[in-house]
Structures are given as C-alpha cells and as structure tokens.
Design a binder for this molecule. Sequence first.
Ligand SMILES: Nc1ncnc2c1ncn2[C@@H]1O[C@H](COP(=O)(O)OP(=O)(O)OP(=O)(O)O)[C@@H](O)[C@H]1O
Ligand code: SF4
Ligand SMILES: [Mg+2]
Length: 419
Amino acid sequence: MTRPAVDDANASSGSTGGPILEVTNLQKYFPIKSSGVFRRSIGAVQAVDGVSFQVERGSALGLVGESGCGKSTTGRLITRLYDPTGGSMKFEGREIGNLSNRQMLPLRSEIQMIFQDPYSSLNPRHTVGTIVGTPLRVHKMVPENKVLDRVRELLEVVGLNPEHYNRYPNEFSGGQRQRIGIARALALQPKLLVADEPVSALDVSIQAQVVNLLQDVQKQFDIAFLFIAHDLAVVRHFCPEIAVMYLGKIVEIADRETLYNTPHHPYTQALLSAVPDVKQAAVGGRRERIRLAGDVPSPINPPSGCRFRTRCWMAQDICSKVEPPLLQIGKNHKVACHFAGEFGAMPTSPITLSALGVDGQGNKIAGADASVEDFTRAGYADTWTDVATHQERSNALVGTGGLGTGMSDEQRGEGGTRR
Ligand SMILES: Nc1ncnc2c1ncn2[C@@H]1O[C@H](COP(=O)(O)OP(=O)(O)OP(=O)(O)O)[C@@H](O)[C@H]1O
Ligand code: SF4
Ligand SMILES: [Mg+2]
C-alpha cells in the first residue's frame, strides 16, 4: 500500500509544510433546550472550551483526562462529525472548521477515526470485505475489480488472515475487531488518524498488541495520530507529546519526558500518581496515590476561575477569581495553574501575576494587560516564563541539547531530569 509523496499531497492541499493539524481556541458548546413547544436554549454543556494544540506530520499527540472532560468531542470536532462553536482547526494549513459537508468530502479520506468500541463500530450485518471495501468504493480509491485485492492486503497489514474477508464481525474477538476498524481507517490512506480510546474496551493482554500495531502502521505509512486515552499509562509509549484535559480545557501540555518527569499541574500529578509503573519522580518519589476529592463538576456550570479548584489541594483565593492561562513555562511545556511547580516545591505566590496583569488578590493592575493571544497559541514560543525566576527564558539560553523541562538552572544542576 502506498501513499502519494508528501510533496505531491502538499501541493494539492496547499500545505505550508507546518504541522499537519493546528487547533486554536477550539470550542464546542452543546445547547440545552427547555422542554415544551418552544424549546428555548436554557444553557450549554461546555464540552470543549478553548483548546489549542498542534500535531506534527507523522507524529502523535496524546489527549488524556477523566471521563467527560471533552476528549471525544475534540476528536469528533477534528473529524468534523461535530461542528465547532468557535475557534479554528487547520489541516495542512487550511481552515476546516467552517467547511460544508461537500467541501469536507475530499478531506474525509485524509482524516480518519478509530473508535473505542470495536463491537458497536462495525455493522454486524456486513462482512469484513464490505466493511473495509466500502470506503475504497465510495472514494474510488481503486478500480472495482481491485477492491478485494486491496481488502486482503489491508487485512494482512493489520495482522488478520486475508482470506477471512467474507466473515462477519461476530466471528472475531474484540482485539481482531479493533484490527478490522484499523484496516477500515487505513483503507483511505489517511494522513491523520484520530484514535479515540482504541484499546480501552480490550483485555489488557490484547491492548499492547493493538498499540504495537498502531505504532507499526504509523511508521509504515507516516500517519499523524491524535491518540485519546483515559490515563497516562496508555499514551506513554506512543506519544512524544501529551496534553492533559480537565473539564473542557487543556491544563498541561508538554513533551513526554517533561510531562512524566516534572509535571507542574496538580491534576497531572494526581493522574501520574495513579500510574503504577511510572517511577514517581513526578510526585516527589512518593509511591502512594494522590486521591482527588469529589467528582468532576458539571460542564454546564463549571467552577469560576480555575475549573480544577474544587478538587485541588493547592487552591487559594486567586484560583476562584481568575482563570489561570495556559502559560508556557518551558521549551515544550505549558501549564494552566497559578501555582505551577514540581510536586512539593510549588511556589507560594502565583506565577501568573505578571503574565495576567493582576495582583495577588486577582485584581487587575491599572495599565497592565495580558496578551490573550499568547495563551491561546497552539504551539510553543521561543521565549517563555521561567517558573523559578519569573523571568523570560529563551531557546537560545537553553541551547540545542535536549528538551526544556521548565526547571531552573539550580534544579537542573540538582538532578537533571530525575527519574
Ligand atoms: N451530543 C452531545 N450532546 C450534549 N452533551 C454532550 C454530547 N456529547 C458529549 N456531551 C457532553 O460533553 C462532555 C464531554 O463529553 P466527551 O464525550 O467529549 O468526554 P470524554 O472525555 O470523551 O469522556 P469519556 O472518557 O467518558 O469518553 C460530557 O459532559 C458529555 O456529557
Ligand atoms: S490554579 Fe489553583 S486551583 Fe487551579 S490547579 Fe492551580 S493551584 Fe489548583
Ligand atoms: Mg470519550
């Protein structure tokens, strides 16, 4: 199976050679209607509320968070199964958030989705040949007399017996069904795959096999992934960059090493403390789990200020008054917390004050202003705020050796990237 060379593909879609996907300040509010004849809008579920990130060509971004935080909605927005309420989504440099269904049609082959449930995502009345062959026919990927050959080829790629094309989904195990779902997604030679919890419904013993398969097809076909998962353990080996979501927002995003070794958001620290095989440098060497109090609040009426404050052991007055921006604190590290810092060494005064132009009580300082654009930018800037010194640092200072960790020089000297 081959794909057009990147240059040809870029030429046809007007790509600028930047990230394959750039999402900026993306929003999805589901309206809540009153009952009765007039069905007025009485509120909204703020499922995704100002999310920004980039996915590089052939790379993988992990999107992690508890149930209901907006991961699937984000995935469904990118595949345009949902229309966004606001924000921008650029695929190969082209805005896709406002495209009509007809305009989206040619792009549908390039952005594919793998669903969580391999049982409900395959039509039980269709054979595997029909399931995998239909997208080939609809998008006229191969001549009709070659469809079966391509289906067999795809089944082989995903580790299934190519002669099983005439079987039905119920004749396969959960892991095999997910492989069929992957073959269907690969049929259109996508450039971006949104994998929405592709292994959550599978036995633990099968999960690794399917993740390995995804890794193989990623390398083989140079596919970029948005890999959605409940917990940080699953995305760890797959994704060089990981974003942590809470109640519709990204609270921390960083390269893998930084996120696992020096998470700066209390929520990420709590999630990491639940990953059994992660050495717990992340939480100061503690092996015990950080237990979060209470449930995730409703996205219909999220807490004021920081949405995590109702469950955060670090919360102070400012947290209920001012929303912490997604502040860049390292070369590849952004975090949305007034008191961002390593576990056990979090600052006593908010790190966000100068960036936001507010005082310690959260009141605006006259004349001082925050550059909102800086906080909604999808990628990383060359300069950032150092948590320890509150001073600006830049790529030039860090040099080319290794990735930034958001640590000060003293911290770096103490232990580097502690594991
Ligand atoms: N079609 C819809 N209409 C109204 N609300 C919705 C709709 N889809 C999702 N929601 C709500 O939006 C919020 C985010 O849902 P979403 O499915 O994106 O979460 P998730 O992070 O994928 O959760 P899970 O891990 O359980 O799959 C939830 O509160 C959910 O109830
Ligand atoms: S901003 Fe405040 S409430 Fe939110 S995570 Fe940081 S310390 Fe906790
Ligand atoms: Mg989901």
